[in-house]
Write a protein that binds this ligand. Sequence first.
Ligand code: ASP
Length: 579
Amino acid sequence: MSWRDLRCGEVRSEHVGRRLKLAGWAARRRDHGGLVFIDLRDHTGICQLVVNPERAPEAAAAAHETRAEFVLLAEGEVSRRAPDAVNAKLATGEFELQVDRLEIESRSEPLPFQLDDEGVDESLRLRYRYLDLRRERMQGNLRLAATVISAIRRYMDAQGFVDVWTPNLTKATPEGARDFVVPVRLQPGRFFALPQSPQLFKQILMVAGLDRYYQIATCFRDEDLRADRGFEFRQLDVELAFPTREQVLEVIEGAVVASFEALGREPPQRPFHRLSWHEAAARFGSDKPDLRFELEIQDMTAITRSSEFGVFSGASTVRCLTVPQELSRSELAELESFARGWGAKGLAYLVFADDGQVRSPIAKHLSTAELDAVRAPPGSTVLFGADEPRVVERVLGALRLHLGKRLELVDEGRDEFLWVTEFPLFEWNDEEGRWQAAHHLFTGLEPGHEHLLEGDLGSILSQAYDLVWNGWELGSGSIRIHRRDLQARVFKAIGLSAEEAEERFGFLLEVMGMGAPPHGGFALGLDRFLALLAGQPNIREVTAFPKAASGSEPMTGAPTQVSAEQLAELGIRVIPPAQ
Ligand code: ASP
Protein backbone atom coordinates (compact mmCIF):
# COMPACT_ATOMS: atom_id res chain seq x y z
CA MET A 1 0.00 0.00 0.00
CA SER A 2 1.20 3.50 -0.64
CA TRP A 3 -0.29 6.65 0.81
CA ARG A 4 0.16 8.71 -2.31
CA ASP A 5 1.27 8.45 -5.92
CA LEU A 6 2.36 12.08 -6.29
CA ARG A 7 2.91 15.19 -4.21
CA CYS A 8 0.05 17.70 -4.37
CA GLY A 9 2.04 20.31 -6.28
CA GLU A 10 3.31 17.83 -8.87
CA VAL A 11 0.12 17.25 -10.88
CA ARG A 12 0.78 18.09 -14.56
CA SER A 13 -0.74 17.49 -17.97
CA GLU A 14 0.83 14.03 -18.30
CA HIS A 15 -1.37 12.90 -15.39
CA VAL A 16 -4.64 13.90 -17.03
CA GLY A 17 -6.93 10.88 -17.34
CA ARG A 18 -4.96 8.85 -14.76
CA ARG A 19 -6.22 7.58 -11.44
CA LEU A 20 -4.06 8.85 -8.62
CA LYS A 21 -3.85 8.95 -4.86
CA LEU A 22 -2.95 12.23 -3.16
CA ALA A 23 -2.45 13.00 0.52
CA GLY A 24 -2.11 16.28 2.35
CA TRP A 25 -3.75 18.99 4.42
CA ALA A 26 -7.04 20.70 3.67
CA ALA A 27 -5.92 24.25 3.00
CA ARG A 28 -9.30 25.58 1.87
CA ARG A 29 -12.76 24.19 1.36
CA ARG A 30 -15.51 25.75 -0.76
CA ASP A 31 -18.89 24.14 -0.43
CA HIS A 32 -21.07 25.01 -3.40
CA GLY A 33 -24.16 23.22 -2.14
CA GLY A 34 -23.60 20.21 -4.36
CA LEU A 35 -19.94 20.26 -5.38
CA VAL A 36 -17.26 20.65 -2.75
CA PHE A 37 -13.84 22.01 -3.71
CA ILE A 38 -10.91 21.35 -1.44
CA ASP A 39 -7.38 22.70 -1.90
CA LEU A 40 -5.17 19.83 -0.81
CA ARG A 41 -1.74 21.08 0.24
CA ASP A 42 1.68 19.72 1.02
CA HIS A 43 5.13 21.30 0.82
CA THR A 44 5.14 21.16 -2.98
CA GLY A 45 1.93 23.12 -3.46
CA ILE A 46 -1.78 22.64 -3.89
CA CYS A 47 -4.04 20.40 -5.93
CA GLN A 48 -7.74 21.13 -6.21
CA LEU A 49 -10.03 18.25 -5.28
CA VAL A 50 -13.53 18.21 -6.68
CA VAL A 51 -16.02 16.13 -4.76
CA ASN A 52 -19.28 15.48 -6.53
CA PRO A 53 -21.99 13.85 -4.38
CA GLU A 54 -23.45 12.15 -7.41
CA ARG A 55 -20.16 10.58 -8.36
CA ALA A 56 -19.08 9.70 -4.81
CA PRO A 57 -21.64 10.14 -2.04
CA GLU A 58 -19.38 8.83 0.72
CA ALA A 59 -16.55 11.10 -0.32
CA ALA A 60 -19.01 14.01 -0.30
CA ALA A 61 -19.95 13.24 3.29
CA ALA A 62 -16.27 13.29 4.28
CA ALA A 63 -15.81 16.53 2.35
CA HIS A 64 -18.63 18.20 4.25
CA GLU A 65 -17.05 17.16 7.51
CA THR A 66 -13.61 18.40 6.52
CA ARG A 67 -12.27 21.51 8.25
CA ALA A 68 -9.07 23.50 7.83
CA GLU A 69 -5.88 21.45 8.27
CA PHE A 70 -7.56 18.04 8.39
CA VAL A 71 -5.26 15.43 6.86
CA LEU A 72 -6.98 13.85 3.87
CA LEU A 73 -6.35 10.90 1.58
CA ALA A 74 -7.95 11.36 -1.82
CA GLU A 75 -8.20 9.06 -4.80
CA GLY A 76 -9.66 9.91 -8.16
CA GLU A 77 -9.02 10.87 -11.73
CA VAL A 78 -6.99 13.87 -12.82
CA SER A 79 -8.87 16.09 -15.26
CA ARG A 80 -8.44 19.46 -16.90
CA ARG A 81 -10.31 22.36 -15.34
CA ALA A 82 -12.81 24.30 -17.42
CA PRO A 83 -10.99 27.25 -19.08
CA ASP A 84 -12.65 29.84 -16.82
CA ALA A 85 -11.66 27.87 -13.71
CA VAL A 86 -7.92 27.83 -14.52
CA ASN A 87 -5.72 29.43 -11.87
CA ALA A 88 -2.66 30.74 -13.70
CA LYS A 89 -0.86 31.46 -10.41
CA LEU A 90 -0.59 27.77 -9.53
CA ALA A 91 1.63 25.23 -11.26
CA THR A 92 -1.29 22.81 -10.90
CA GLY A 93 -3.84 25.48 -11.76
CA GLU A 94 -5.07 23.82 -14.97
CA PHE A 95 -5.93 20.52 -13.29
CA GLU A 96 -8.08 19.02 -10.60
CA LEU A 97 -8.74 15.62 -9.10
CA GLN A 98 -12.25 14.23 -9.56
CA VAL A 99 -12.53 12.42 -6.28
CA ASP A 100 -13.95 8.91 -5.90
CA ARG A 101 -12.64 8.19 -2.45
CA LEU A 102 -11.92 10.65 0.33
CA GLU A 103 -10.76 9.69 3.78
CA ILE A 104 -10.19 11.86 6.78
CA GLU A 105 -6.95 10.43 8.09
CA SER A 106 -6.50 12.91 10.93
CA ARG A 107 -8.48 15.84 12.31
CA SER A 108 -7.50 19.29 13.45
CA GLU A 109 -8.90 21.43 16.25
CA PRO A 110 -10.05 24.90 15.17
CA LEU A 111 -6.87 26.84 14.32
CA PRO A 112 -5.41 29.55 16.56
CA PHE A 113 -4.66 31.52 13.39
CA GLN A 114 -5.26 31.16 9.68
CA LEU A 115 -2.27 29.84 7.79
CA ASP A 116 -2.65 32.39 5.01
CA ASP A 117 -2.70 35.30 7.47
CA GLU A 118 0.72 37.02 7.28
CA GLY A 119 0.07 39.41 10.17
CA VAL A 120 0.02 36.88 13.01
CA ASP A 121 1.72 37.92 16.22
CA GLU A 122 5.11 36.26 16.60
CA SER A 123 4.42 34.85 20.06
CA LEU A 124 1.40 33.01 18.67
CA ARG A 125 3.45 31.77 15.73
CA LEU A 126 6.13 30.40 18.08
CA ARG A 127 3.55 28.86 20.41
CA TYR A 128 2.11 26.90 17.45
CA ARG A 129 5.32 26.64 15.50
CA TYR A 130 4.30 23.41 13.73
CA LEU A 131 1.40 25.29 12.12
CA ASP A 132 3.59 28.26 11.35
CA LEU A 133 6.14 25.99 9.67
CA ARG A 134 3.47 24.56 7.38
CA ARG A 135 3.36 27.88 5.59
CA GLU A 136 5.06 28.25 2.26
CA ARG A 137 7.45 30.99 3.38
CA MET A 138 8.70 29.05 6.40
CA GLN A 139 8.99 25.84 4.38
CA GLY A 140 11.06 27.83 1.90
CA ASN A 141 13.32 29.19 4.63
CA LEU A 142 14.08 25.80 6.18
CA ARG A 143 14.66 24.20 2.81
CA LEU A 144 16.92 27.06 1.74
CA ALA A 145 18.93 26.54 4.93
CA ALA A 146 19.32 22.85 4.16
CA THR A 147 20.40 23.56 0.57
CA VAL A 148 23.04 26.03 1.69
CA ILE A 149 24.39 23.84 4.47
CA SER A 150 24.75 20.84 2.21
CA ALA A 151 26.51 22.99 -0.41
CA ILE A 152 28.89 24.27 2.25
CA ARG A 153 29.62 20.74 3.40
CA ARG A 154 30.33 19.57 -0.15
CA TYR A 155 32.62 22.54 -0.68
CA MET A 156 34.51 22.06 2.59
CA ASP A 157 34.89 18.32 1.96
CA ALA A 158 36.25 19.03 -1.51
CA GLN A 159 38.78 21.46 -0.02
CA GLY A 160 40.14 18.69 2.20
CA PHE A 161 38.57 19.82 5.46
CA VAL A 162 37.80 17.12 8.00
CA ASP A 163 34.48 17.32 9.83
CA VAL A 164 35.26 16.69 13.51
CA TRP A 165 32.70 16.72 16.29
CA THR A 166 33.76 18.48 19.48
CA PRO A 167 32.11 18.18 22.90
CA ASN A 168 29.13 20.17 24.06
CA LEU A 169 29.78 19.42 27.70
CA THR A 170 33.06 21.11 28.32
CA LYS A 171 35.01 23.72 30.19
CA ALA A 172 34.09 27.36 29.78
CA THR A 173 35.82 28.82 26.73
CA PRO A 174 35.79 32.56 26.71
CA GLU A 175 34.16 34.37 23.80
CA GLY A 176 33.10 37.26 25.99
CA ALA A 177 29.55 36.15 26.80
CA ARG A 178 28.08 34.37 29.81
CA ASP A 179 28.18 30.59 29.86
CA PHE A 180 25.30 28.21 30.14
CA VAL A 181 26.35 25.81 32.87
CA VAL A 182 25.27 22.21 33.31
CA PRO A 183 25.35 20.50 36.71
CA VAL A 184 26.86 17.03 36.94
CA ARG A 185 25.08 14.37 39.01
CA LEU A 186 28.20 12.30 39.57
CA GLN A 187 30.15 15.30 40.83
CA PRO A 188 27.75 17.55 42.74
CA GLY A 189 28.96 21.12 42.91
CA ARG A 190 30.79 20.85 39.60
CA PHE A 191 29.55 22.15 36.31
CA PHE A 192 30.21 21.76 32.64
CA ALA A 193 29.83 24.78 30.43
CA LEU A 194 28.17 24.58 27.04
CA PRO A 195 30.70 25.82 24.47
CA GLN A 196 30.43 29.44 23.36
CA SER A 197 32.35 28.09 20.39
CA PRO A 198 34.66 25.14 19.76
CA GLN A 199 37.56 27.62 19.73
CA LEU A 200 40.09 25.76 21.87
CA PHE A 201 39.18 22.35 20.54
CA LYS A 202 39.73 23.43 16.95
CA GLN A 203 43.08 24.93 17.84
CA ILE A 204 44.02 21.71 19.64
CA LEU A 205 42.99 19.74 16.55
CA MET A 206 45.65 21.67 14.65
CA VAL A 207 48.24 20.67 17.23
CA ALA A 208 46.89 17.15 16.79
CA GLY A 209 47.80 17.26 13.12
CA LEU A 210 44.30 17.37 11.56
CA ASP A 211 45.53 20.13 9.24
CA ARG A 212 42.10 21.33 8.07
CA TYR A 213 39.06 21.13 10.36
CA TYR A 214 35.49 22.22 9.93
CA GLN A 215 32.25 21.65 11.71
CA ILE A 216 28.72 22.99 11.58
CA ALA A 217 28.93 23.68 15.29
CA THR A 218 26.20 24.72 17.70
CA CYS A 219 27.37 27.42 20.07
CA PHE A 220 25.71 28.57 23.27
CA ARG A 221 25.91 32.09 24.67
CA ASP A 222 23.86 33.47 27.50
CA GLU A 223 23.22 36.91 26.04
CA ASP A 224 20.25 39.20 25.58
CA LEU A 225 18.39 38.09 22.50
CA ARG A 226 18.15 40.27 19.43
CA ALA A 227 17.23 40.05 15.77
CA ASP A 228 20.63 38.58 14.96
CA ARG A 229 21.34 36.70 18.16
CA GLY A 230 19.96 33.65 19.94
CA PHE A 231 21.04 31.61 23.00
CA GLU A 232 22.16 28.92 20.63
CA PHE A 233 23.24 29.31 17.06
CA ARG A 234 25.23 27.53 14.41
CA GLN A 235 28.59 28.39 12.97
CA LEU A 236 30.56 27.11 10.08
CA ASP A 237 33.62 26.66 12.26
CA VAL A 238 36.94 26.38 10.43
CA GLU A 239 40.62 26.02 11.33
CA LEU A 240 43.72 25.55 9.18
CA ALA A 241 47.33 24.68 10.01
CA PHE A 242 50.15 26.67 8.41
CA PRO A 243 47.80 29.17 6.77
CA THR A 244 48.38 32.67 5.55
CA ARG A 245 45.59 35.09 6.29
CA GLU A 246 44.75 35.17 2.60
CA GLN A 247 44.31 31.41 2.51
CA VAL A 248 41.76 31.54 5.33
CA LEU A 249 39.85 34.35 3.67
CA GLU A 250 39.84 32.48 0.36
CA VAL A 251 38.33 29.39 1.94
CA ILE A 252 35.51 31.41 3.49
CA GLU A 253 34.89 33.38 0.31
CA GLY A 254 34.62 30.04 -1.48
CA ALA A 255 32.01 28.83 1.00
CA VAL A 256 29.98 32.02 0.46
CA VAL A 257 30.18 31.64 -3.31
CA ALA A 258 29.21 27.95 -3.11
CA SER A 259 26.14 28.96 -1.09
CA PHE A 260 25.04 31.53 -3.64
CA GLU A 261 25.57 29.07 -6.46
CA ALA A 262 23.57 26.38 -4.68
CA LEU A 263 20.65 28.81 -4.64
CA GLY A 264 21.13 29.69 -8.29
CA ARG A 265 22.07 33.25 -7.40
CA GLU A 266 24.75 35.43 -8.91
CA PRO A 267 27.66 35.08 -6.46
CA PRO A 268 29.49 38.14 -5.14
CA GLN A 269 32.69 39.25 -6.87
CA ARG A 270 35.92 37.86 -5.45
CA PRO A 271 38.12 38.80 -3.77
CA PHE A 272 35.79 40.63 -1.39
CA HIS A 273 36.63 44.22 -0.45
CA ARG A 274 39.13 44.75 2.36
CA LEU A 275 39.19 47.60 4.83
CA SER A 276 41.33 47.95 7.91
CA TRP A 277 39.37 48.44 11.10
CA HIS A 278 40.85 51.91 11.39
CA GLU A 279 39.72 52.91 7.92
CA ALA A 280 36.25 51.42 8.38
CA ALA A 281 35.77 53.44 11.55
CA ALA A 282 37.10 56.64 10.00
CA ARG A 283 35.18 56.45 6.72
CA PHE A 284 31.97 54.78 7.84
CA GLY A 285 31.87 55.13 11.62
CA SER A 286 31.46 51.38 11.99
CA ASP A 287 33.41 48.14 12.19
CA LYS A 288 30.74 46.54 10.00
CA PRO A 289 29.96 49.18 7.40
CA ASP A 290 27.17 48.79 4.89
CA LEU A 291 28.88 49.55 1.58
CA ARG A 292 25.70 49.57 -0.51
CA PHE A 293 25.70 53.35 -0.38
CA GLU A 294 28.36 56.07 -0.32
CA LEU A 295 27.76 58.80 2.30
CA GLU A 296 31.30 58.70 3.69
CA ILE A 297 32.53 60.54 6.73
CA GLN A 298 35.12 63.25 6.11
CA ASP A 299 37.69 64.42 8.59
CA MET A 300 37.77 68.19 9.05
CA THR A 301 39.99 68.34 12.11
CA ALA A 302 43.00 69.83 10.35
CA ILE A 303 40.92 72.80 9.18
CA THR A 304 38.77 73.34 12.26
CA ARG A 305 41.60 73.16 14.77
CA SER A 306 41.97 76.96 14.80
CA SER A 307 38.24 77.63 14.34
CA GLU A 308 36.59 80.59 16.02
CA PHE A 309 33.69 78.26 16.69
CA GLY A 310 34.56 76.96 20.15
CA VAL A 311 32.77 73.62 19.74
CA PHE A 312 35.07 72.85 16.78
CA SER A 313 38.37 74.18 18.11
CA GLY A 314 37.76 72.54 21.48
CA ALA A 315 37.02 69.07 20.11
CA SER A 316 39.74 66.50 19.56
CA THR A 317 38.09 65.52 16.26
CA VAL A 318 35.65 67.18 13.88
CA ARG A 319 34.18 65.08 11.12
CA CYS A 320 31.20 65.46 8.85
CA LEU A 321 28.71 63.76 6.59
CA THR A 322 27.47 65.47 3.43
CA VAL A 323 23.86 64.51 2.85
CA PRO A 324 22.62 64.97 -0.74
CA GLN A 325 19.45 66.77 0.33
CA GLU A 326 18.42 70.13 1.74
CA LEU A 327 17.10 69.09 5.15
CA SER A 328 14.36 71.13 6.82
CA ARG A 329 14.54 72.58 10.31
CA SER A 330 12.24 69.92 11.70
CA GLU A 331 14.23 67.14 10.03
CA LEU A 332 17.40 68.59 11.52
CA ALA A 333 15.81 68.77 14.96
CA GLU A 334 14.81 65.15 14.66
CA LEU A 335 18.32 64.16 13.56
CA GLU A 336 19.78 66.08 16.47
CA SER A 337 17.74 64.12 18.97
CA PHE A 338 18.74 60.93 17.16
CA ALA A 339 22.41 61.96 17.45
CA ARG A 340 21.98 62.74 21.15
CA GLY A 341 20.61 59.25 21.61
CA TRP A 342 23.96 57.97 20.36
CA GLY A 343 25.94 60.18 22.73
CA ALA A 344 26.38 63.45 20.80
CA LYS A 345 26.13 66.71 22.70
CA GLY A 346 24.41 68.38 19.76
CA LEU A 347 24.38 68.36 15.98
CA ALA A 348 26.00 71.28 14.14
CA TYR A 349 24.99 71.59 10.49
CA LEU A 350 25.32 73.69 7.36
CA VAL A 351 22.51 73.65 4.84
CA PHE A 352 23.59 74.57 1.31
CA ALA A 353 20.17 75.58 0.04
CA ASP A 354 18.93 75.23 -3.51
CA ASP A 355 18.93 79.03 -3.83
CA GLY A 356 22.68 79.17 -3.09
CA GLN A 357 22.28 80.46 0.48
CA VAL A 358 23.97 78.84 3.47
CA ARG A 359 21.48 78.28 6.29
CA SER A 360 23.01 77.54 9.66
CA PRO A 361 23.36 79.05 13.12
CA ILE A 362 27.10 78.31 13.05
CA ALA A 363 27.93 79.71 9.60
CA LYS A 364 28.77 83.14 10.99
CA HIS A 365 31.44 81.60 13.26
CA LEU A 366 33.22 79.81 10.44
CA SER A 367 35.99 81.28 8.31
CA THR A 368 35.79 81.28 4.53
CA ALA A 369 38.49 78.61 4.50
CA GLU A 370 36.39 76.39 6.76
CA LEU A 371 33.25 76.97 4.70
CA ASP A 372 35.10 76.30 1.47
CA ALA A 373 36.51 73.08 2.84
CA VAL A 374 33.06 71.62 3.50
CA ARG A 375 31.18 73.39 0.72
CA ALA A 376 28.69 71.07 -0.95
CA PRO A 377 26.51 71.50 -4.03
CA PRO A 378 23.23 73.42 -3.61
CA GLY A 379 20.62 71.10 -2.17
CA SER A 380 22.86 69.42 0.40
CA THR A 381 23.31 69.41 4.14
CA VAL A 382 26.57 68.91 6.03
CA LEU A 383 26.22 67.34 9.49
CA PHE A 384 29.09 67.60 11.97
CA GLY A 385 30.34 65.49 14.84
CA ALA A 386 32.80 67.19 17.19
CA ASP A 387 34.05 65.14 20.13
CA GLU A 388 36.45 62.32 20.90
CA PRO A 389 37.00 60.05 17.88
CA ARG A 390 35.11 57.15 19.47
CA VAL A 391 32.00 59.27 20.06
CA VAL A 392 32.13 60.96 16.66
CA GLU A 393 32.48 57.62 14.90
CA ARG A 394 29.58 56.14 16.80
CA VAL A 395 27.28 59.10 16.18
CA LEU A 396 28.13 59.71 12.52
CA GLY A 397 28.11 55.96 11.85
CA ALA A 398 24.58 55.71 13.25
CA LEU A 399 23.46 58.82 11.37
CA ARG A 400 24.92 57.44 8.18
CA LEU A 401 22.90 54.23 8.46
CA HIS A 402 19.77 56.06 9.52
CA LEU A 403 19.97 58.50 6.61
CA GLY A 404 20.93 55.77 4.18
CA LYS A 405 17.63 54.05 4.93
CA ARG A 406 15.52 57.16 5.25
CA LEU A 407 16.69 58.84 2.11
CA GLU A 408 16.65 55.50 0.29
CA LEU A 409 20.32 55.72 -0.58
CA VAL A 410 20.82 52.00 0.02
CA ASP A 411 20.89 50.02 -3.20
CA GLU A 412 18.89 47.00 -2.06
CA GLY A 413 19.73 45.10 -5.22
CA ARG A 414 23.44 45.09 -4.41
CA ASP A 415 25.41 42.62 -2.29
CA GLU A 416 28.49 44.03 -0.60
CA PHE A 417 30.83 41.64 1.11
CA LEU A 418 33.71 43.09 3.03
CA TRP A 419 36.61 41.90 5.15
CA VAL A 420 37.50 44.18 8.03
CA THR A 421 41.07 43.51 9.12
CA GLU A 422 43.71 44.72 11.58
CA PHE A 423 41.50 45.10 14.62
CA PRO A 424 43.02 46.28 17.88
CA LEU A 425 44.01 43.32 20.05
CA PHE A 426 42.60 44.79 23.24
CA GLU A 427 39.78 47.13 24.12
CA TRP A 428 39.26 49.13 27.26
CA ASN A 429 36.35 48.05 29.43
CA ASP A 430 35.07 51.28 30.94
CA GLU A 431 32.80 49.64 33.50
CA GLU A 432 35.42 47.30 34.88
CA GLY A 433 38.34 49.66 34.32
CA ARG A 434 40.55 47.12 32.59
CA TRP A 435 41.80 45.94 29.22
CA GLN A 436 40.12 42.95 27.68
CA ALA A 437 40.59 40.97 24.48
CA ALA A 438 38.73 42.65 21.64
CA HIS A 439 38.10 39.25 20.04
CA HIS A 440 39.31 36.37 22.19
CA LEU A 441 42.50 35.72 24.07
CA PHE A 442 44.05 33.42 21.47
CA THR A 443 44.10 35.98 18.67
CA GLY A 444 47.50 36.51 17.10
CA LEU A 445 49.31 39.84 17.30
CA GLU A 446 50.38 41.82 14.28
CA PRO A 447 53.99 40.71 13.80
CA GLY A 448 56.31 43.25 15.41
CA HIS A 449 53.77 44.35 18.02
CA GLU A 450 54.79 41.77 20.65
CA HIS A 451 56.96 44.19 22.62
CA LEU A 452 53.90 46.39 23.25
CA LEU A 453 52.45 43.68 25.52
CA GLU A 454 54.55 45.16 28.26
CA GLY A 455 53.71 48.71 27.13
CA ASP A 456 50.82 50.46 25.35
CA LEU A 457 48.20 47.73 25.09
CA GLY A 458 45.75 50.00 23.25
CA SER A 459 48.07 50.35 20.28
CA ILE A 460 48.58 46.64 19.61
CA LEU A 461 46.97 45.45 16.40
CA SER A 462 45.80 41.88 15.97
CA GLN A 463 45.60 39.44 13.10
CA ALA A 464 41.81 39.25 13.45
CA TYR A 465 39.36 39.73 10.62
CA ASP A 466 35.59 40.00 10.39
CA LEU A 467 33.35 39.25 7.44
CA VAL A 468 30.56 41.76 6.81
CA TRP A 469 27.65 41.45 4.42
CA ASN A 470 25.53 44.55 3.77
CA GLY A 471 26.27 45.87 7.24
CA TRP A 472 25.73 42.59 9.11
CA GLU A 473 28.71 40.98 10.81
CA LEU A 474 28.75 37.42 9.52
CA GLY A 475 31.63 36.16 11.61
CA SER A 476 35.16 36.56 12.81
CA GLY A 477 38.43 34.77 12.86
CA SER A 478 42.12 35.27 13.22
CA ILE A 479 45.57 33.89 12.85
CA ARG A 480 46.20 32.53 16.35
CA ILE A 481 48.98 32.62 18.86
CA HIS A 482 50.80 29.28 18.67
CA ARG A 483 53.72 29.89 21.02
CA ARG A 484 53.27 29.19 24.69
CA ASP A 485 55.43 32.06 25.93
CA LEU A 486 53.51 34.61 23.85
CA GLN A 487 50.16 33.21 24.98
CA ALA A 488 51.29 33.47 28.61
CA ARG A 489 52.30 37.11 28.05
CA VAL A 490 48.84 37.90 26.66
CA PHE A 491 47.20 36.35 29.73
CA LYS A 492 49.48 38.44 31.90
CA ALA A 493 48.81 41.63 29.95
CA ILE A 494 45.08 41.50 30.72
CA GLY A 495 45.84 40.96 34.38
CA LEU A 496 45.51 37.18 34.76
CA SER A 497 47.92 35.97 37.41
CA ALA A 498 50.07 32.96 36.58
CA GLU A 499 47.85 30.86 38.90
CA GLU A 500 44.62 32.03 37.27
CA ALA A 501 46.05 31.44 33.81
CA GLU A 502 47.13 27.97 34.90
CA GLU A 503 43.77 27.16 36.45
CA ARG A 504 41.72 28.36 33.45
CA PHE A 505 44.00 27.65 30.51
CA GLY A 506 46.69 25.36 31.87
CA PHE A 507 45.65 22.63 29.46
CA LEU A 508 46.03 24.99 26.52
CA LEU A 509 49.48 26.15 27.61
CA GLU A 510 50.47 22.51 27.94
CA VAL A 511 49.19 21.79 24.41
CA MET A 512 51.13 24.74 23.04
CA GLY A 513 54.24 23.32 24.59
CA MET A 514 53.98 20.11 22.56
CA GLY A 515 54.64 21.24 19.02
CA ALA A 516 51.87 23.62 18.02
CA PRO A 517 51.95 24.60 14.33
CA PRO A 518 51.02 28.11 13.20
CA HIS A 519 47.27 28.07 12.69
CA GLY A 520 44.26 30.26 12.09
CA GLY A 521 40.61 30.05 11.23
CA PHE A 522 37.21 31.55 11.12
CA ALA A 523 33.64 31.07 12.27
CA LEU A 524 30.79 32.09 9.97
CA GLY A 525 27.51 32.76 11.80
CA LEU A 526 25.25 30.48 9.79
CA ASP A 527 21.93 31.70 11.10
CA ARG A 528 22.68 35.29 10.16
CA PHE A 529 24.01 34.20 6.81
CA LEU A 530 20.89 32.12 6.15
CA ALA A 531 18.55 34.90 7.28
CA LEU A 532 20.21 37.28 4.84
CA LEU A 533 20.20 34.73 2.03
CA ALA A 534 16.50 34.13 2.63
CA GLY A 535 15.83 37.88 2.77
CA GLN A 536 14.42 37.57 6.28
CA PRO A 537 14.57 40.27 8.96
CA ASN A 538 15.82 38.06 11.80
CA ILE A 539 17.37 34.67 12.52
CA ARG A 540 14.18 33.26 14.05
CA GLU A 541 12.67 33.11 10.57
CA VAL A 542 15.29 30.58 9.48
CA THR A 543 15.27 28.62 12.74
CA ALA A 544 12.75 25.82 13.16
CA PHE A 545 12.20 26.26 16.89
CA PRO A 546 13.71 29.52 18.11
CA LYS A 547 13.40 31.05 21.55
CA ALA A 548 11.10 34.01 22.00
CA ALA A 549 12.66 37.37 22.85
CA SER A 550 12.07 36.57 26.53
CA GLY A 551 14.43 33.59 26.18
CA SER A 552 11.67 30.99 26.61
CA GLU A 553 10.61 28.33 24.19
CA PRO A 554 6.88 29.03 23.78
CA MET A 555 5.85 25.65 22.39
CA THR A 556 7.27 23.40 25.10
CA GLY A 557 7.32 26.03 27.83
CA ALA A 558 11.04 25.53 28.52
CA PRO A 559 12.84 26.44 30.66
CA THR A 560 10.87 24.74 33.41
CA GLN A 561 11.51 23.91 37.04
CA VAL A 562 12.91 20.52 37.95
CA SER A 563 11.83 18.26 40.75
CA ALA A 564 13.19 18.48 44.29
CA GLU A 565 14.69 14.97 43.86
CA GLN A 566 16.56 16.00 40.76
CA LEU A 567 17.96 19.05 42.51
CA ALA A 568 18.97 17.02 45.55
CA GLU A 569 20.79 14.55 43.32
CA LEU A 570 22.69 17.41 41.73
CA GLY A 571 23.46 19.02 45.08
CA ILE A 572 21.69 22.21 44.08
CA ARG A 573 19.43 24.45 46.12
CA VAL A 574 17.45 27.10 44.26
CA ILE A 575 17.16 30.57 45.70
CA PRO A 576 13.77 31.86 44.59
CA PRO A 577 14.19 35.06 42.57
CA ALA A 578 13.29 38.24 44.46
CA GLN A 579 9.82 39.49 43.49
N1 ASP B 1 35.61 31.23 17.89
C1 ASP B 1 35.44 32.52 17.28
C2 ASP B 1 34.01 32.98 17.42
O1 ASP B 1 33.14 32.20 17.70
C3 ASP B 1 35.76 32.53 15.84
C4 ASP B 1 37.19 32.25 15.56
O2 ASP B 1 38.06 32.96 16.05
O3 ASP B 1 37.42 31.32 14.77
O4 ASP B 1 33.71 34.15 17.22
